[in-house]
Ligand binder design. Structure first.
Ligand code: ADE
Length: 229
């Protein structure tokens, strides 16, 4: 998989190549990442990329020309669909992560300030994606969230092949509790069934825990459960 990111803060993305899952994916040649700095496509000496909104209002808007030139370059270099991160986009979830994990190339556009010129969306954006119903100050952290969620699903990235399937949401439910050593911690015991060695019983117990937890915390997920995964 190859992903491009269009941003005015390429340094933010230097972290993903250095840590954890994404680093591992890059080192194993399962994932390639390129960032593109919108300011490199500005036409003035001050590298201006934003301007006041027509019609007035607060904040600054990313101007169309440098952004268009940057997207066009990234499309040549990486290719694939162009995804704009914005709170007004379609909501990102595990299902979308799984779908994107099948897309070999895509380019993410990170907005800053109050937004980007609508004509960019019209001419160059294929999909608008939001990571949730809240506003952060730009698309960069949203892009990091999306990339992490997608890259960890690529075959071969996670050590244990099973572990992505057992995640919260991958079967439509939240995950149940986990325990490790020691058996007793501050007076609290590990549930006996987990020490029983009876894998059938353990599986049943975990499923029930996940079900109870999901019903309590996220009743809105009812109906999504896939009992057989
Ligand atoms: N940019 C600002 N807020 C965002 C959000 N919730 N999702 C994606 N991009 C954003």
């Amino acid at each position: 998989m190859q992903a491009g990111v269009i941003t005015i803060f390429p340094e933010i993305f230097s972290t993903i190549t250095r840590f954890g899952t994404i680093r591992k994916a890059i080192e194993s040649n399962l994932f390639e990442f390129k960032s593109f700095d919108i300011r490199d496509y500005a036409s003035d000496r001050r590298r201006t990329v934003d301007a006041r909104p027509y019609g007035g209002g607060p904040g600054m808007i990313l101007m169309p020309e440098p952004l268009a030139a940057c997207i066009d370059y990234a499309k040549q270099s990486v290719g694939g669909p162009v995804i704009f991160l914005t709170p007004r986009g379609e909501r990102f979830d595990q299902k979308m992560a799984e779908e994107l994990a099948q897309v070999p190339k895509f380019t993410l556009v990170c907005g800053r300030y109050e937004g980007i010129d609508e004509r960019i969306i019209k001419t160059r954006v294929d999909q608008e994606v939001s990571i949730g119903d809240y506003v952060i100050s730009g698309g960069e952290f949203a892009a990091l969230v999306l990339l992490d969620a997608v890259v960890r699903l690529l075959p071969g990235v996670l050590g244990n092949k099973e572990s992505a399937h057992q995640d919260s949401f991958s079967n439509g439910m939240l995950e149940g509790p986990h325990y490790t050593r020691p058996e007793k911690f501050e007076g609290l015991d590990v549930p006996r069934v987990l020490l029983s060695g009876n894998h059938q019983e353990i599986k049943k117990w975990r499923h029930q825990q996940a079900l109870d937890w999901t019903r309590k915390r996220r009743p809105d997920l009812e109906g999504n459960y896939n009992q057989y995964r």
